[in-house]
Design a binder for this molecule. Structure first.
Ligand SMILES: [Zn+2]
Ligand SMILES: [Zn+2]
Length: 171
């Protein structure tokens, strides 16, 4: 679903730390950023932003990115569940019309939230999330196959690092 252009531009540009998931402001002129929550620092590649869009991940330069809704995980479900509970209680007291009205209203609120809430762009490789940028049409929704590929690569890198540690300290 397309958003009115003005809506997305009011969102400040932020990145989510891949280590602690804290939201930090996007720097304007620097090549190194430090998370203000956990203190971990990252390289910042300013050339990642072109025409208000992300062409690759500013932290790790990975061009494979995906887009998702800027919506805390589980909120939509929690709202639906709350509506269902209220509706069940009303049904129990024979308030059938109100019970149905609550169900319909809950579904409507969910749909409205979905339209009103903007997108965020996520990096497959490092897991950083970026908010407040224009949608790059080359970035699709989460793809399980690509996600698995990157997860596998991460595991291999971790295993290689662990093997390196063992060979460095014999005994
Ligand atoms: Zn952090
Ligand atoms: Zn990245």
């Amino acid at each position: 679903m397309q958003q009115p252009a003005g809506l997305q531009q009011r969102v400040p540009r932020q990145y989510q730390c891949p280590k602690c998931a804290g939201w930090n402001p996007v720097p304007t002129a620097t090549d190194r950023v430090a998370c203000r929550y956990c203190g971990v620092s990252f390289s910042w590649h300013g050339d990642a932003v072109q025409g208000g869009r992300l062409v690759h991940c500013p932290l790790c330069r990975e061009p494979m990115m995906y887009v998702k809704k800027d919506f805390p995980h589980g909120w939509g479900l929690a709202i639906l569940l709350a509506g269902f509970v209220v509706s069940t209680v009303l049904w129990f007291y024979f308030e059938y019309i109100w019970a149905l009205a609550v169900l319909v209203a809950t579904a409507a609120i969910d749909a409205l939230l979905y339209v009103a809430i903007g997108d965020v762009t996520c990096c497959y490789r490092c897991g950083a999330v970026f908010r407040g940028f224009e949608r790059n049409e080359e970035h699709g929704p989460w793809d399980l196959e690509i996600g698995e590929k990157f997860r596998h690569e991460r595991k291999q890198a971790e295993a290689a690092a662990a093997a390196g540690d063992r060979s460095a300290s014999p005994g």
